[in-house]
Design a protein around this ligand. Sequence first.
Ligand code: S3P
Length: 433
Amino acid sequence: MRFCVKPGGCLQGRLRVPGDKSISHRSIMLGALAEGVTEVTGFLEGEDALATLNAFRRMGVGIQGPDHGRVTIQGVGMHGLRAPGGPLDLGNSGTSMRLLCGLLAGQGFEVTLTGDSSLSGRPMRRVTDPLAQMGADIETTAAGTAPLIIHPVDRLRGIDYRLPVASAQIKSCLLLAGLYAAGETSVTEPAPTRDHTERMMSGFGYEVRRRGPRVSLTGGGRLRACKLDVPADISSAAFFLVGASIAGGSDLTLEHLGINPTRVGVINILRAMGADIEIMNERDAGGEPVADLRIRSSRLKGIRIPEDQVPLAIDEFPALFVAAACAEGETVLTGAEELRVKESDRIQVMADGLAALGVDARPTPDGMVIRGGRIRGGTVASHGDHRIAMAFAMAGLRADGEITITDCANVNTSFPGFVPLAAGAGLAITDAS
Ligand code: S3P
């Protein structure tokens, strides 16, 4: 599938982007392990979250939906999962694979996790190494990648682990394994990362302790079913935050958006660049802060992005690079080498795409230097990376020719309905296969 975006236009009106991907994954995982029936609203009906949902169905969990974001999960309790009849295919979803690896390490059955070509190239030793310290028995390829074969073991034991990279996936993987481990499992993070797992475990009645950068729990407890309202995903909203900021005449309101403090790097960075973002109606949705955001266009200026914002905006850099291409002066990103091991190498793929549109973008080992200026029309390869495709779609708002983006089908992993929603707000986008 390819996107064609005609130049110009602006973004206006009110809209709600789909549900948060990270929270949707976790709602299925904890709902499945809980005692009782968990009811979820606002669930993301994208391929990644559905990969998690289908994996639990294959392990014997009764799940109704999704139907307009409603999912009902008949929890089987901590020890109620059953061996699936074959490998669990997790598609493009790194979150499914890394979190499930921890959750399944302490089960009494063997299970194999597979994924598509992108996921099969992503590093998994970052989870299998600490899980091995907990006593898990997991095979990877010689390159440390999927397929992952998880063999049953007698009992995991808790560890006190210092994360070598700021990663919520590793932290969550170990906390999920810790539910099945003897004693205490602690994870210390080098910088704050998204804390949805900890919040949701507490919501399910499981005691999670946080002291500074260290999160701990004791294995052997139980989860109690609850109701969950998944807020709109700030990572999906990011494309609209950038689009409305760069396109003159824009005035857009995004409704019921998750603004968890561990996810708001994109707001902080755009505001530092001069964006006009108003946060309205702040409220709580089942343990997660939400708000409506109003964005009006503004003149952006280049900045040096503070490194402490990087983990808080880790999925938003494709969009932020487009903002930088429209800003006056130079934007410098450092400390973001993790971008090289996402669904694609987001530093190289974005630099190549920006260069194809005539933008002065210089990749560095751990970031990028972008000088804002004119964006020309042209063809950009998204390399099957959903966020690259959506970021370049927004570049059309400021381009002086048509932009074609190739290999866009994976937009459905995180943002089903992106094209009609963006078109309805004013982006001149169409898709074609
Ligand atoms: C996620 C954590 C991040 C993020 C990913 C979702 C999560 O990955 O990039 O899209 O739900 O925990 P890392 O932990 O690898 O940074």
